[in-house]
Every structure is written in structure tokens, then in C-alpha cells.
Design a protein around this ligand. Structure first.
Ligand code: DP6
Length: 333
């Protein structure tokens, strides 16, 4: 009962920021992201390999909170498959070391796909997205490649809060250059960050505009309106960080270098280098661009003070099953 899956990470253009149900990881708003080629995780799950769940990430045995979170996802799979076996989980990250981009999105998408396949569950991509969401919200989007929407949904059981692909990487060849400003672990992760930000009065503005921003972004994708999509991404990231900075106590993810970098984009665009920024719950800056301008954008980012390195990624594909139990059927995607 062993299977291996690989998933790419994704970076949101319209951010997921806040949960309406912590246990089911139901978002307060829908979000939209780009899946990135080559930045992700490869995970093997083997049920029955040990009595209690064991987890190894990048060659190191993990316990405590990390293992608990993985076991909680495995429990959902065991429940659906009627299994009572412990599992050995071995995961390796395909993110370059020292990039500071440990991604729960890719990790939980690969885990959900590998665990479901190992248990012999035949899940549709949508069902897989719902399962991955229970591990980490953003993982719901990493099941798919290209531009992906994750619907907020309205049901209390979360069955309509899943992701789906809006556009393949081939249909709109976009890319991202990620400027690493700090490769260290962040002090306050996204889960805790969004929980704190939700309690800030500034969050009311976020809630009032997130769904309409998403609708606009969806329209921009349908019309292949790159400029519109880019500006909406910048607005979403900026608003998200405003809610964090207005929280009590304040949560400032940006560094001086983040602000300086972000302020460069408008003048780059005026010079014909069309890139738009986004910033996750950390100081690093991701630049969205068309694939043909990726090298130019990366060159400009590298030349800025405080940028340690730049990762270049084209839009990537969805989760893949690399190995599944011999008697099992078709891949879920
Ligand atoms: C800022 O998906 O890591 O990257 O559901 O608590 O695991 P949990 O949160 P997570 O949050 C991602 C937040 C974000 C924005 C985004 O990816 O949409």
C-alpha cells in the first residue's frame, strides 16, 4: 500500500487570508493562484510500514506539531478507506535549499495525493482538492496547474470549497521570479498571521473587497488582460499586509528591502518591463510576468540591494502520481 506523488507550490495573486472554520480550513474568501514549475515536494506514503505514523522530511525525522498535522490528514484518508494502519511518510522538497520557501501548499497536495493513492481511494481532482485543503488551505490549489481558483464555497461541510483550473500554463505562459530577501524561518507563520489579522478592524476592508477582487481577477484571466490581473494582485497583497500591520500586536512581514523592491515595479513597467509584485506572509517578493520577460525581470531583481537570490519559475502543472500500488486504477489527475 505504497504510493508517491509530486506537487508544485503555488503563489496566490488574490490571497487566501482568514478562515471561517478552523477545523475544516474553510476560507473567508476565494483566492486565485499560479502554480510554479519545479518548486514543490515529492512524497511517498506507505500504509502498514509502521505501527504509528512516522514522518521524514528532507532526510530528518519529524515529530510534534509537524507529525500531528500530517497524521490528521492521514486519519481522513484512513476513515474514507476503512483503514487502521500506521503510515511511513517520506517527503523531499524540490525547493532549492536555503531559499526560505518551505511550502505547505506543495507538501500537503503531494501528501493528499500519495495517501489517497496508497489507500486505494479513487478520488476526483475536486475531491483531492477538498482533501488537500484540510492539510493546508493553499494546498487545495496545488492539485492543479496554471492559474487556479479556489472557491470560497458556502456549505458548512466544506464540500463546495475546492479549487479548479482556470487556465493551463500553455494557454497563458506566465512566470514568476521570486526575490529572496530572507531565507530564514518566519517568526509568525501564515496560519497564525491570518488568525491575528482577522481580529483587526482593518480586516473589514479586506472582507468587503476580497470576493469582488477575485471576480475581477477571474474576468481578467478570461480576457487574458495581464495588466489588470497584475494590478489586482498588487492590490490584494498590499491589502493583506495592511490587515497584518494593523493587527494587535502588529504583524509586519515586510523588511526595508521588501518595501524598496515593491516600489521599483511601477518604474520598471514604465520602461517596458511588465512585472507585478506579490508578497506572502514573509519578506520575499514574487514578481509576476510573462514567460518571455522572466530573465529580464530576474536580472533587475538581482541588481537590487538586499536580494540574496532569485528563483525563476514558469507556470507549472498539477499534482502527479509517480508510483501507485500495482492493482490500483487510473491516476486521479
Ligand atoms: C499568505 O495555506 O499556509 O500564502 O491553511 O493555515 O495552512 P493554512 O494557511 P496557508 O496560508 C497561505 C496564506 C498566503 C496566501 C495564499 O497562499 O493564498
Amino acid at each position: 500500500m505504497r504510493a508517491t506523488a509530486r506537487a508544485n507550490t503555488n503563489i496566490a495573486l488574490i490571497k487566501y487570508w482568514g478562515k471561517r472554520d478552523e477545523r475544516l480550513r474553510l476560507p473567508r474568501n476565494g483566492s486565485l493562484s499560479l502554480t510554479l514549475e519545479g518548486l514543490g515536494a515529492e512524497t511517498t506514503v506507505e500504509f502498514g510500514a509502521c505501527e504509528r505514523d512516522r514522518l521524514e522530511i528532507d532526510g530528518r525525522e519529524r515529530t510534534g506539531r509537524e507529525l500531528e498535522r500530517v497524521s490528521a490528514l492521514l486519519d481522513l484518508v484512513r476513515e474514507q478507506a476503512g483503514l487502521r494502519l500506521g503510515a511511513r511518510v517520506i517527503s523531499t522538497s524540490t525547493v532549492p535549499l536555503g531559499a526560505g520557501l518551505a511550502s505547505s501548499a506543495a507538501g500537503f497536495a503531494a501528501l493528499a495525493a500519495a495517501a489517497a493513492a496508497a489507500a486505494g481511494l479513487e478520488l476526483s481532482p475536486r475531491e483531492l482538492s477538498v482533501l488537500a485543503r484540510r492539510g493546508s488551505g493553499s494546498a487545495a490549489r496545488s492539485i492543479f496547474g496554471g492559474l487556479v481558483i479556489w472557491h470560497r464555497g458556502s456549505r458548512t461541510d466544506g464540500s463546495d470549497s475546492y479549487a479548479e483550473q482556470l487556465c493551463t500554463p500553455q494557454a497563458w505562459p506566465l512566470a514568476m521570479a521570486i526575490a529572496i530577501i530572507d531565507a530564514g524561518e518566519k517568526a509568525v507563520g501564515s496560519s497564525a498571521g491570518m488568525e491575528r489579522a482577522c481580529r483587526a478592524p482593518a480586516y473589514l476592508h479586506w472582507e468587503a473587497t476580497a470576493e469582488s477582487d477575485l471576480l475581477e481577477a477571474r474576468r481578467a484571466v478570461a480576457a487574458r488582460d495581464f495588466g489588470r490581473l497584475g494590478l489586482l494582485a498588487e492590490a490584494s497583497a498590499t491589502k493583506m499586509h495592511m490587515t497584518a500591520a494593523a493587527a494587535d500586536p502588529p504583524l509586519v512581514y515586510w523588511r526595508a528591502e521588501t518595501a524598496r523592491l515593491v516600489s521599483r515595479f511601477a518604474s520598471w513597467r514604465a520602461e517596458g518591463c511588465e512585472a507585478y509584485f506579490t508578497v506572502d506572509a514573509g519578506p520575499n517578493v514574487a514578481a509576476l510576468c510573462r514567460a518571455e520577460q522572466l530573465e529580464e525581470v530576474a536580472r533587475r531583481l538581482r541588481a537590487e540591494p538586499g536580494v540574496l537570490r532569485v528563483l525563476c519559475c514558469r507556470a507549472g502543472g498539477g499534482v502527479e502520481i509517480l508510483e501507485r500500488p500495482a492493482a490500483a486504477g487510473r491516476p486521479a489527475s
